[in-house]
Design a protein around this ligand. Structure first.
Ligand code: KG4
Ligand code: ZN
Length: 336
């Protein structure tokens, strides 16, 4: 008997709903991005995001059911992100999910957003099973996670200040490329020289696998100020490529060190930054030298989407981890 999960995601600026079969197969994955709406402000405006989610959530859910050819009756459980994220945004998806669960009597499964990002790999690789090391790098998080099982996680390293995606977004704004920064920097960097400027790569002396990106951000801003003072021309592709290389170097270095420390033969990438072309290729080539395989989801499964939430919810549902209808949004929800 197949298990069908209706997945719902609204933690940031994507309103998304999906139908996922047996935690591995996507029957639909409708994503309505608000990127164009937030672009002119240079980042996500929480109040605008919440209001837009309210408008979109039911049409997106209905479309996901329709595209999957699955009536609501045939759904086994409703999986929804309840944190971390923007509280107003989270509440919209969560309230819709609770209303559907209440009226249909179907179980509600609250999902941790990062657990969802990790689960995107189960959709990409239907044979993949834990354990493996996962680098989750997005606009809000940069975590190296030991995925012990479908529901057990150990954080091996995390950012002590800015998230990797946040650094991409801030530097993109500083060099006038706009929002969201990751894909734009990725594109401009392809025309630039990644050794043009040597930006810092933070390594903590205590042997920790944590990251720090705020010093890198300051170094890029200082470099731009220096150029402005001396009247030198800013070579945007070179700065984009040099900055990107500094981020990729530390993400690759620490993730491979984590995999070696844990004796893992597999590294999975997840989150919006996992869409980065250089991160993908350099992680792969560096890991290969240590006999470690690198996995990453298709681009659409790296950035926020509800299929990954439906997938993570399936594994929670299977082990009986059902949420009460009093489930609340938890903006700072911790993993593990
Ligand atoms: O996972 P996601 O959609 O949302 C969060 O949970 O934060 O990640 C969005 C982040 C943004 O910071 C965006 O700039 C970054 O992922 N991103 C990228 C790329 N595509 C998206 N960063 C680097 N290179 C990319 N190609
Ligand atoms: Zn995300």
């Amino acid at each position: 008997m197949d298990t069908l999960i209706l997945g719902i995601e609204s933690s940031c600026d994507e309103t998304s709903a999906s139908v996922v079969k047996n935690g591995r197969y996507i029957l639909s994955n409708v994503i309505s991005s608000q990127v164009d709406l937030h672009k002119k402000y240079g980042g996500v405006v929480p109040e605008i995001a919440s209001r837009k989610h309210v408008e979109l959530i039911m049409p997106v859910i209905n479309q996901a059911l329709e595209e999957a050819g699955t009536p609501l009756d045939a759904i086994d459980a409703i999986g929804v992100t309840y944190g971390p994220g923007l509280v107003g945004a989270l509440l919209v998806g969560l309230t819709a999910a609770k209303a559907i669960a209440y009226t249909t009597g179907k179980p509600l499964v609250g999902v941790h957003h990062i657990e969802g990002h990790i689960a995107a790999n189960y959709l990409q690789y239907p044979e993949l099973e834990p354990p493996f090391v996962c680098l989750v790098a997005s606009g809000g998080h940069s975590h190296i996670v030991q995925v012990e099982s479908y529901s057990k996680f150990e954080i091996l390293g995390q950012t002590r200040d800015d998230a990797a995606g946040e650094a991409f977004d801030k530097i993109s704004r500083a060099i006038g490329l706009g929002y969201p920064g990751g894909p734009l920097i990725d594109r401009y960097a392809a025309q630039g020289n990644s050794s043009a400027v040597r930006f810092p790569r933070v390594q903590f002396e205590d042997g920790s696998l944590d990251f720090s990106f705020s010093g890198l951000k300051t170094a890029v801003l200082n470099h731009l100020n220096r150029l402005a003072q001396t009247g030198e021309q800013v070579n945007i592709p070179d700065i984009a490529a040099s900055f990107q290389q500094a981020v990729v170097d530390v993400l690759v270095r620490n993730t491979i060190a984590a995999a070696k420390m844990k004796g893992m033969g597999k590294i999975a990438l997840a989150g919006g930054v996992a869409a980065n072309s250089q991160l993908r290729s350099q992680m792969k080539s560096q890991a290969q030298k240590h006999g470690i395989e690198v996995l990453y989801p298709a681009l659409v499964l790296c950035t926020d989407n509800a299929a990954m939430i439906g997938c993570a919810a399936y594994f929670e549902y299977e082990r009986g981890n059902i949420s009460g209808l009093d489930l609340n949004a938890v903006p700072g929800l911790k993993l593990g």
